[in-house]
Design a protein around this ligand. Structure first.
Ligand code: GRF
Length: 218
């Protein structure tokens, strides 16, 4: 894997397919994202994203949530794994476990997540079907800092997609996922080069308070 010049490193947490992880790997390889992918950690041993990491020469490991009696014990093991790589940021890329406020505060301002909706609309699961059921005309995805609240925390960047007349859940999900793969590396690049930062629970972009999330335009 290409070495970063910035020295900024990320631990990517996944649970499954890892297509967002692949977007990071591709962006780093293309030198569009100057970070080091320090480690990929999955809470599921069969996550396909682990193979993607191996193929790219990125350290990969599993901390199987199923092996732990409770959330607190799992998070102790997860933190130990994360800390052994000393990442600058923890990136939740399809990591399907809720993290407790205690874990989040340990890495205050250093965890970001991608969520498949235009937050604050549709936090939680099954966002695509809920958007279709509600008859929305627009849908999308949001990269945000993680707070103790489910899919809460200050938004950084959003990408919007139209909901088309005959969309089903899979078609809509695929259209959103394509945009996820564009906004997530972009958000990470902005953080790595210091243009985006979190201060007092607010996002600052090029020295100005960000009042609305950045919108993906191209
Ligand atoms: C994405 O839709 C992401 O927004 C959600 O889980 C999915 C993960 O996809 N949190 P992948 O594992 O990156 O392919």
């Amino acid at each position: 894997m290409t070495k970063s010049r910035s020295g900024f490193s990320a631990a990517v947490l996944i649970s499954g397919n890892g297509s967002n992880l692949q977007a990071f790997i591709d962006a780093v390889t293309a030198r569009e994202l100057d970070i080091e992918l320090a480690v990929v950690i999955s809470n599921k041993a069969n996550a396909y994203g682990l193979s993607r990491a191996n193929k790219a020469g990125v350290a990969a490991m599993t901390v199987p949530s199923i092996d732990y009696q409770n959330r607190a014990d799992f998070e102790v093991a997860l933190a130990r794994a994360v800390d052994s790589y000393e990442p600058d940021i923890i990136v939740l890329a399809g990591f399907m476990r809720i993290l407790t406020p205690s874990f989040v505060s340990r890495y205050a301002g250093r965890i970001i997540n991608i969520h498949p909706s235009l937050l604050p609309k549709y936090p939680g699961l099954h966002t695509h079907q809920r958007v279709l059921d509600a008859g929305e005309r627009w849908h999308g995805c949001t990269v945000h800092y993680v707070s103790g609240e489910l899919d809460g925390g200050p938004a950084i960047i959003q990408g919007r997609v139209p909901v088309l007349d005959h969309d089903d859940e899979d078609q809509l999900a695929a259209r959103v996922l394509e945009v996820e793969h564009r906004i997530f590396p972009r958000a990470l690049a902005l953080i790595a080069n210091g243009r985006i930062r979190l201060e007092d629970a607010e996002v600052w972009y090029d020295g100005q308070k960000l009042l609305e999330p950045i919108q993906l335009t191209s």
